[in-house]
Design a protein around this ligand. Structure first.
Ligand code: SF4
Length: 771
């Protein structure tokens, strides 16, 4: 065990179960000293400041998961796997990928994933591998939910604004239950503060009586799938009652007159009725929003994986823009990340390529948003006779067979690939279909980080240090990708040798040599992270080689954002400021503030990508649909009378990186929630077993009767239904895998995001006990 790991009792790290990534103090021990035996909040973390929720306590089930892999595996003809050594695996994986490239072109290799909730550093290195192979198409979990929102943000702002819930007078949550899914630092603490303060207000638009809805001032319990009607009605109240912020609209927006007449003429009565909302309450809520000094709105999976998801992203932004809630304290603002999340693993789209590279998928011609293909369509992009279908895939820290809609289709697609490789910590459902599986060290066994930096005015970053030794036989992703690049001939020994020598002299000398080399060999920029890892990385303390790309990122950040970097303490000459930021990053295991806009919220205007710095209210591609919401999407089905939420965030569930569900001692996490009226009709009691059938599949579980759902609507939890090996070596599964029931045809018309929260289903009582 290395000195740095052995000598500290509690070690700084963070939780990787949701995007907030709360700082943790973790005591390790147990089997081989590799277990996370005590977990508490880290008060030194500048973002979470000691806050954690109950879910972090289960992290040892990720770290010690029974199906972690400890050697590379090669698939045999009979579908079983054999162990191979790393040299063989790297040689054969590089050869397999190269063969597809030579025969069909690099654009026939698909890249999926590139980092989980707390595991983004690998994505920095996969980018070089993709470029070496000429990969052009990729996707990741963001395309399961956020791409519609990203597209709307890009169109309206040219940037990604995010609410300031700590300071908002009015906080609005759309299809979001932050009590369980979080979404901003110290979530529950802030929710409690808002709930207690009579001057502040919490508005929840959600079909379910969630934990957040229970403490809200207004719970608009919409009929599932009708959020677009409810939001349109609220905008109509503001426009018809002339409550909008005229000055803000005149000074900072464009297109208001183009959208105005639709909302002026819209029937608030009718739209409220469609949403099953009391019109007077809709009016009251709209008035409360307009009367507030500051409003922040958060949309999440309840609307993003539902009917009209991109339209909802658009409409909710109209609501807070026409009421002037941007670029002020307590409203939406645009922060700057150290590295953009969607920049991870961008693959090869050179300026030369851009002219011929259409932003549509090669087989179906669907939109590619933020560089991401719709996950829903990937099975069809692989399993096709089209000449441009994908022939191979690299999948890293991602489990599409489990997480994409209609698992059976993705499983079939994996089997039809000529070659595939999975890089992951565990033998996932997807790994079990791959040609090769390469085992990665866990998030607690290596330097790691996340790029979820959306906060404003202060923005933080944490380079997590390893707190336990890597599981024998695993490698970090930086090493795996760099070895593959080397095997493919993308990294020359002579260049590495030269830069390594200069790195030993000083960072200044290294910088000059690095820039000179890039000037002579500009193509090396595509593998810069691996080049830095092999050279500058060898000079970094405590085996932190994988942190070397941050050296370049820090210098880039202070160059592009000198004012916010200086306010965070990184001032002086560009070189000095960049070096200081990098040294701080390396030596702040709890994280540090890298960007600070102080009290100057007008910085958000500077960060808008739109040249005229005006917010675009009329989006040509969406407004016609917003004016013609399709009521037929909501029509009843005799065959499938229930609407199922396939994957509800509950108190017990987070994400699927914890595969081992043995922490669920009472076996209570897998229930189907059903309203008491429906249970009565079907003669069901809590604990009774039911069969759920959809057009795509069938599954069995037990019912929990409660009135969280509305009558006619049912829900299953997210994060379960995963196979794992128990203490006796048997493969077990707790709960239903939601995507055994979903269809990849049910998706947003614009972004292709799945309707996981609107799955038509039938319920039948069964006598047989659920296994
Ligand atoms: S699940 Fe999210 S909020 Fe809870 S401790 Fe982990 S990171 Fe923090």
């Amino acid at each position: 065990m290395s000195e740095s790991i052995k000598n500290t009792e509690f070690k700084k790290s963070s939780c990787i179960l949701c995007s907030i990534n709360c700082g943790l103090d973790i005591k390790t021990g147990g089997i081989d000293g590799r277990e996370l035996i005590k977990i508490k909040g880290d008060r030194d973390n500048p973002s979470s400041k000691g806050y954690i929720c109950n879910k972090a306590a289960r992290l040892n089930h990720y770290q010690m998961g029974a199906d972690r892999i400890s050697s590379p595996m090669r698939r045999k003809a009979d579908g079983t796997y054999e162990v191979v050594d790393w040299d063989t695996a790297i040689r054969e994986v590089a050869a397999g990928l190269n063969e597809v490239k030579q025969q069909h072109g690099g654009d026939k290799i698909l890249f999926l994933g590139g980092g989980g909730q707390g595991n983004h550093l690998g994505g920095v290195f996969s980018d070089g591998l993709q470029k070496t192979l000429g990969i052009k198409y990729r996707s990741n979990a963001l395309a399961q939910e956020k791409t519609g929102e990203f597209w709307v943000n890009g169109k309206m702002f040219g940037g990604g604004p995010h609410g300031d819930f700590e300071n908002a007078e009015v906080a609005v949550f759309l299809g979001k239950n932050p009590w369980q899914s979080h979404g901003f630092p110290q979530t529950r603490k802030i929710l409690k503060e808002i709930a207690k303060d009579p001057e502040r207000c919490m508005i929840v638009l959600d079909p379910c009586v969630t934990d957040t809805a229970k403490i809200s001032d207004f719970h608009l319990q919409v009929k599932p799938g009708t959020d677009a009607w409810a939001l349109s009605a609220m905008i109509a109240v503001i426009i018809q009652e002339k409550l909008f912020d005229q000055q803000f609209i005149a000074n900072h927006t464009e297109g208001f007159e183009d959208i105005r007449s639709h909302f002026e003429n819209l029937s608030i009565t009718e739209y409220s009725k469609i949403s099953h909302l009391d019109e007077e309450v809709v009016r009251k809520v709209a008035r409360r929003i307009t009367a507030a000094g500051s409003v922040s709105i958060f949309e999440d999976l309840g609307t993003q994986q539902n009917i009209n998801s991109t339209l909802v992203s658009y409409l909710q932004r109209i609501l807070w823009v026409i009421t002037g809630n941007f670029a002020k304290k307590g409203t939406a603002n645009i922060g700057v990340p150290l590295m953009g999340l969607t920049d991870l693993g961008k693959g090869k789209i050179s300026s030369k390529d851009k002219t011929k590279f259409k932003k549509v998928t090669p087989v179906l011609g669907s939109k590619i948003i933020s560089g991401l293909m719709p996950c829903n369509e990937i099975a069809e992009e692989i399993n096709s006779d089209h000449p441009n279908h994908f022939r191979a895939a690299i999948i890293e820290s991602s489990n599409p067979v489990h997480s994409y809609a209609e698992s059976s289709k993705m499983r079939e697609a994996m089997r039809s690939l000529e070659f595939s490789v999975v890089v992951d910590v565990a033998m996932t459902e997807t790994a079990r279909e791959a040609s090769y599986v390469l085992p990665a060290a866990s998030s607690y066994e290596k330097h790691e980080c996340v790029f979820f930096q959306v906060d404003f005015p202060k923005n933080t970053f944490q380079l997590r240090h390893p707190i336990v030794e890597p599981l024998a036989g695993t490698l970090i992703e930086a090493e795996i990708h760099t070895r593959l690049i080397e095997q493919l001939g993308g990294l020359k020994k002579a260049h590495v040798k030269l830069l390594k020598t200069t790195a030993k002299i000083s960072r200044k000398v290294f910088a000059l040599a690095f820039l000179a080399l890039l000037a002579i060999k500009p193509k090396l920029i595509k593998i810069a992270p691996s080049l830095l890892y092999r050279t500058l990385g060898t000079t970094l303390n405590n085996g932190a080689s994988a942190a070397a790309p941050f050296w370049a990122l820090c210098h880039q950040f202070v160059r592009n954002n000198p004012l916010s970097a200086a306010k965070a303490g990184f001032s002086g000459s560009r070189w000095k400021a960049g070096e200081k930021m990098f040294n701080t990053l390396m030596n702040s295991p709890s994280g540090f503030i890298f960007s600070d806009s102080g009290t100057d919220y007008s910085d958000s205007w500077n960060r808008m990508g739109r040249a005229n710095k005006r917010i675009k209210l009329h989006i040509e591609e969406l407004f016609p649909q917003a004016c013609n919401l399709d009521i037929n999407l909501l029509s009843d089905s005799k065959e499938f009378p229930f609407i199922l939420t396939a994957g509800q965030r509950r108190g017990e569930t987070a994400n699927t990186i914890i595969r081992d569900a043995s922490w669920d001692k009472k076996s209570k996490i897998a229930s189907l929630y059903m309203h008491s009226k429906d249970a009565e009709k079907l003669e069901l009691l809590s604990g009774d077993n039911v069969r759920i059938t959809t057009k795509s599949g069938t599954a069995q579980t037990y019912v929990e009767v409660n009135d969280i759902q509305q009558p006619g609507f049912i829900s299953l939890p997210n994060g379960i239904g995963i196979d794992y090996v128990d203490e006796d070596g048997d493969q077990v599964r707790i709960g239903i895998a939601p995507n055994d029931l979903t269809s990849n045809q049910d998706k947003d018309f614009f972004a292709g995001t799945p309707w996981h929260k609107y799955v038509r289903a039938k319920i039948e009582k069964v006598r047989k006990k659920v296994a």
